[in-house]
Design a binder for this molecule. Sequence first.
Ligand SMILES: Nc1ncnc2c1ncn2[C@@H]1O[C@H](COP(=O)(O)OP(=O)(O)OP(=O)(O)O)[C@@H](O)[C@H]1O
Ligand SMILES: [Mg+2]
Ligand SMILES: [Mg+2]
Length: 647
Amino acid sequence: MFPALIHTITYLKGGIFGVPLFHKRESQFSIRTPWGLSFPPAYVDTHSLSRRRKIYSQEKGFRYQSMEKPESDVAIIDYLQDAPLSDSYEAALEALSSLVRQQKHGDQKTIGGKYGKLDRMRMYLKTLDLEERVAGLKIIHVAGTKGKGSTCTFCEAILRESGFRTGLFTSPHLIDVRERFRINGVDISEVKFLLYFWNCWNQLKEHETEDLPMPPLFQFLTVLAFKIFVCEQVDVSIIEVGLGGRNDSTNVIEKPVVCGITSLGMDHTETLGNTIGQIASHKAGVFKHQIPAFTVLQVSEAMDVLQENARELMVPLKVVEPLDSKALNGLKLSLSGDHQFSNAGLAVSLCKTWLQRTGNWEKLFQKDNREANLPEAFLRGLSTAHISGRAQIVHDSSSSISHVSPEVAETSGDLIFYLDGAHSPESIEACAKWFSVAVKGNNQSPSLVLSSSHNIENINVVWKNGHVQHEKCNIQEFNKISKKILLFNCMEVRDPQILLPRLVSTCASSGTFFSKAIFVPSISTYNKVTSGTSVVPSDISSKDLSWQFSLQRLWERIVHGIDTDLLEKSTKMDGAETSPHREFLYEDASNCSPSNGYFACSAVIPSLPLTIKWLRDCVRENPSLRLQVLVTGSLHLVGDVLKVIRR
Ligand SMILES: Nc1ncnc2c1ncn2[C@@H]1O[C@H](COP(=O)(O)OP(=O)(O)OP(=O)(O)O)[C@@H](O)[C@H]1O
Ligand SMILES: [Mg+2]
Ligand SMILES: [Mg+2]
């Protein structure tokens, strides 16, 4: 059959004429055949493809195997391996982005047809022949306002350390969409992603009707996660709810092994309701009849609603205290901030219950089964779990990049990014507390300064013996001028009138004050799915900066009490004024000239790469400077900063 032939050639790639077979052309994500025809993937029969993959097993050498067969103990030598993956990967991202355009953020009504969202989700799974196999997954399902991703990440690490093959589905991603799908603790590879992606895409396209249109982005990603976890034969699937719970696309899960609800607070009120009780009711929608559930300490209005919902469904709901740091036997939680003890406590209970209900607890941990002690595997998981952009500290190494001469590198100041994607009132407070503690860790004493990057024993010995070289170094470090800078953006659906004051007052109550605040647009937008290799746009001329200017005005009102209502509302920036002049960093509030739209303690910079360059230039020019930059307000912004500084 013609389509089947195209398909086979497309995937079993490369061989024929060595022509790149996935091509991004005028028509998005079309597939180019060696003889020059191009077909949108919808015409391609991926089903037949998926049943013929060349794989390698140690005993049997090369052979073909169905994609649905176990893959854990064989190395897949897919023909796609030699394909120009960046090309085909970008094509997949283009296709994904087209799903965003169907639906504006928070707008539930743009999808037509007579079916509700969860009905459609079930139909998508049926189309992909996944219904029964999803029912067979052993799932931990986690809802909540804050801490879902962290809790799921702890669960994943604990169960992987306990010997299970794990599948983790989280949201959002920071740099690359594959971060959302982790198999055994590692982001899914591009090769596997492409295979599963096009398989789902093409089948759904083939069955697209008016009543069953292509799913919007998050629904598609959820279906894809199920596809991946089923095909990868994971032992446990840890699934983070996207938004809310009751109507979330992950709520097609009918019989999880255990459910968790993390800390509840005010977020997504436009969809979930304006009271904490209404929000709790949505989250409790993940409870399933008689399936055990755990939650953390909540305000009573939220807890009452959770308990009422639990009673109705005969759900045994337990409230978990934050993990006691003593339980870690001297180890540290790998995710920073006090709030992570609450997430970790929840993760421990979820994992214990998962192990018990799957009949593994007794087998594995009978010996360790003393209530007070956590099994070693739990400790390893809790002390190694990793998720980017949550209370993450990155020391910028720009001063050692190759084009900088060694002399400059040695005499450069410090640029340290404190990254946390908080964007709700409660999380911005958690973030502010963490930042206040974390920056002090970097300033307190000479030996502490170095302890982050040097062996502590060495420093102590050297310090006691007064080794000149190191002593000098310590004193230099100690004498550095520290400046705290806020780098902020938030999406327009958030309320900066709540976020910024909460951030400032929480920091101030710990004695932490910002010298400067910089407002910058994010590069990423929710309507374009990008990867780590996607191009960072450099064109800033047409950027509408009115949102950033309004954030700046709000900042000036909060911090300096400047009445900004009378100011002219600028929306565009003069091309010459792209980043602040050098002295800006050292100016104080007395230099403000609000009537000219100039503020000495805050700035709008029209692009993130420019901002990073400006910060780097500042530390290069002044070796005694330490810039501690808190990046927060948006996970997009955090992801963008990581992307730019790692290039
Ligand atoms: N238990 C908590 N209480 C308050 N804030 C928290 C808690 N856990 C995490 N946070 C804050 O929320 C941010 C996001 O954390 P995480 O990714 O774990 O949560 P999430 O629920 O998955 O968030 P999102 O809504 O972005 O998916 C963190 O960077 C931190 O600022
Ligand atoms: Mg959220
Ligand atoms: Mg999340």
